[in-house]
Design a binder for this molecule. Structure first.
Ligand code: TPP
Ligand code: SF4
Length: 281
């Protein structure tokens, strides 16, 4: 993470991004650390809260926009990236940040994840990965280990978990990183770099679920910082993240694929789009 540029004097504008709402998350939920890191990164970034839009679907992690002071959107399950894409195309001046859980992003929203990587539209996507469906009380997600036992999957689902970083690199994402909610300073640095990145940036965050996966408290002993970022070699980066045990943190891949033409400015003026939807007669 050492080569990520960060302003030398972090400003103290964090309060400007806090809503008055109290998170409903359980004590010890990793999502608290992600929220704190995001607030810090936004304060460093320096844009006003009304110029930033956190967009989510459904899940405990997807509650995050309500805990910021931004004009966010808490939508339908698995559709955060679809909404975020539409918003960015209509309002390229807005800093769009999609957020959600591993169930949201890799299961019902998995299709949108692949195509967001492929489209390379300028936004940040933060996935709070606790390897479980928290909000619906603890079912396995696509990120869950094959032998994790729970009531609806006694002895485990027996399926190979998806590797979201490999998926993102293969689908064309240029900024692929992993953070840990228990290291909020390093995470804020990654999120800041992702916000500043031009094009689609993906930050997968290990964010423990203290209620349904209490054993994830061990993650703090397992994580380590990456020593290098693989530059533009997708085959090498894919091989590296597939060989990794999933606990290496940092910016793991940086590519140079060009954004889609027109990305960053509206292709059609929004007023024209609205006119096409006016019902007449
Ligand atoms: C279309 C639809 N299908 C299923 C659900 C039920 N549902 C709500 S949240 C959720 C999963 C949440 O898991 P995750 O995205 O990992 O977030 P977490 O709660 O763990 O942060 C599911 C399946 C829903 N709300 N809508
Ligand atoms: S159930 Fe898990 S994911 Fe949901 S708020 Fe509690 S600790 Fe966080």
């Amino acid at each position: 993470m050492s080569d990520i540029p960060v302003p030398e004097q972090p400003c103290v504008r964090i309060l400007a991004f806090k809503s008055g709402a109290r998170p409903i998350w359980c004590p010890g939920c990793g999502d608290f650390g992600v929220l704190a890191a995001l607030e810090r990164a936004l304060a460093l970034h320096g844009r006003a809260s009304h110029e930033v839009a956190p967009i989510s679907g459904i899940g405990y992690s997807s509650r995050l926009p309500a805990y910021t002071k931004c004009y966010g959107f808490h939508g339908v399950h698995g559709r955060a990236l679809a909404f975020a894409t539409g918003l960015k195309l209509a309002r390229p001046d807005i800093e769009v940040i999609a957020v959600g859980g591993d169930g949201e992003g890799y299961s019902i929203g998995g299709n949108h994840f692949i195509h967001a990587c492929r489209r390379n539209i300028d936004m940040l996507y933060i996935v709070m990965d606790n390897r479980v469906y928290g909000m619906t009380k603890g079912q396995p997600s696509p990120a869950t280990e094959p032998d994790w036992h729970c009531d609806i999957a006694p002895g485990g689902v027996g399926l190979r978990p998806c590797n979201p970083l490999a998926l993102a690199i293969a689908a064309g994402a240029n900024f692929v990183a992993r953070g840990f909610s228990g290291k909020p300073s390093e995470l804020a640095q990654l999120i800041f770099a992702g916000i500043r990145w031009s094009g689609f940036a993906f930050v997968e965050v290990l964010s423990p679920c203290s209620t349904f996966r209490p054993e994830q408290s061990e993650w703090k002993e397992k994580v380590r910082l990456a020593t290098t970022t693989i530059e533009n070699d997708r085959a090498a980066a894919t091989a590296a993240v597939l060989a990794d045990d999933g606990y290496t943190l940092g910016l793991l891949f940086r590519g140079r694929r060009a954004p889609v033409p027109g990305c960053g400015r509206p292709l059609i003026p929004v007023d024209d789009i609205e006119r096409q939807f006016v019902l007449t007669g």
